[in-house]
Design a protein around this ligand. Structure first.
Ligand code: ADP
Length: 346
């Protein structure tokens, strides 16, 4: 059954940080709690860990209410943004910490430490001082330490946020593999979309203390519950559309979006929804061009949409600022907001 939250509310004085949250994490599932800074993610995670007492609602594990169960008796592992390793202990002693607390004997501890360090890619690091490790290595040690006692639930609070981008992307892929390999049930708090979508079986979107939508990554990405959620997920332009037989038509043209129920919809466009293409039927004028990591980002004034829209172009070549451009609609960058999805959100 795993973790179940019902009606969980946490207040700090007059601030309601978490409001009536219902959420579950099934055995073996990885759920990412994604939302902007300050929306209540960490507070919710702390309530699950037992570090924060909810003002209302219940946290249950396999059907048992945990309200009277102390933090260290919940059987949950914790990983924070900055690792919080013991600086005066070596890597092995850090990883062995939870095992010592559980009274595991020395030989078994040593075997388990070796096993975990190999798992996180730090074989041979046993005697290294944690203060001599890079940020990424420290987070791997923190992960090994949390996993060592085989927690029934792993709670990760922005585990990769302190790392630079390249390392973060690599570690996110490694962490996703590691959680699957160990069959770990996990709740990951993050404000980073890529991280959430890389790690999670399901994503729960949180805004202003409330869960706005829960679903598999592709569904949340493709079918946000409303414009606010879509905006958080990168949609910058919204246009009305009509769906018929899996094809959605709008002033920007028609795109195949199988599974869309017939009727009126809103289309949410991310920057890559419109692409410079000489064959494109949407015409406009480039008002700004910026060089991004692997593409050029355009701001284009169109006749058919009131505000300038974002579009992408190859890094090399035209169009430049002031040029006329033709654009095509790419379904990859399009999200669909359907009235029924707004009604069915939790
Ligand atoms: P997130 O993890 O999404 O960034 P938090 O859970 O840390 O958000 O914070 C949610 C809200 O609760 C914020 O308005 C924050 O200022 C407030 N808050 C968090 N912790 C405390 C605290 N210990 N005392 C008072 N207010 C707090």
């Amino acid at each position: 059954m795993g973790l179940e939250l019902s009606g969980v509310t946490v207040r700090y004085g007059a601030t309601e940080a978490v409001s009536e949250v219902d959420l579950s994490v099934a055995d073996g599932e990885v759920l990412a709690l994604l939302g902007p800074s300050g929306c209540g993610k960490s507070t919710l995670l702390r309530a699950v860990a037992g570090l924060e007492r909810p003002n209302a609602g219940q946290v249950r594990w396999d059907g048992t209410d945990l309200s009277g169960v102390a933090v260290h008796r919940r059987g949950f592992g914790l990983v924070f943004q900055d690792g919080q390793l013991f600086p005066h202990r070596d890597v092995a002693a850090n990883v062995a910490f939870g095992l010592r607390m559980h009274g595991v004997d020395r030989a078994a501890r040593s075997r388990r430490v070796d096993e975990l360090l190999e798992l996180v890619g730090l074989d041979g690091y046993q005697q290294r001082r944690v203060t001599e490790l890079s940020g990424g290595e420290q987070q791997r040690v923190a992960l090994a330490r949390a996993l060592a006692p085989a927690p029934r639930l792993l709670l990760l609070d922005e585990p990769l946020s302190a790392l630079d981008r390249v390392l973060r992307e690599q570690l996110a892929v490694d962490l996703a593999g590691l959680l699957r390999q160990t069959g770990t049930t996990a709740l990951v708090v993050t404000h980073d979309h890529d991280e959430a979508f890389t790690l999670a079986d399901r994503v729960a979107l949180m805004q202003a203390g409330r869960i706005r939508q829960v679903g598999p990554p592709d569904e949340v990405w493709r079918r946000p519950a409303d414009e606010e959620v879509a905006g958080f997920l990168g949609c910058t332009t919204f246009v009305p559309g009509t769906a018929s037989d899996g094809v959605v038509s709008s002033v920007l043209g028609a795109v195949d979006l199988p599974g869309t129920a017939d009727g009126s919809v809103r289309l949410g466009l991310r920057a890559n929804a419109l692409r410079a293409d000489t064959e494109g039927s949407v015409r406009g004028e480039v008002v700004q061009r910026l060089h991004r990591r692997d593409h050029a980002r355009l701001l284009v004034r169109l006749d058919v949409v009131a505000s300038p829209v974002e579009a992408v172009a190859p890094v090399v070549g035209p169009p430049g600022t002031g040029d006329h451009v033709h654009l095509v609609l790419d379904p990859d960058g399009v999200a669909v907001i359907q009235p029924s999805f707004v009604d069915s959100r939790p």
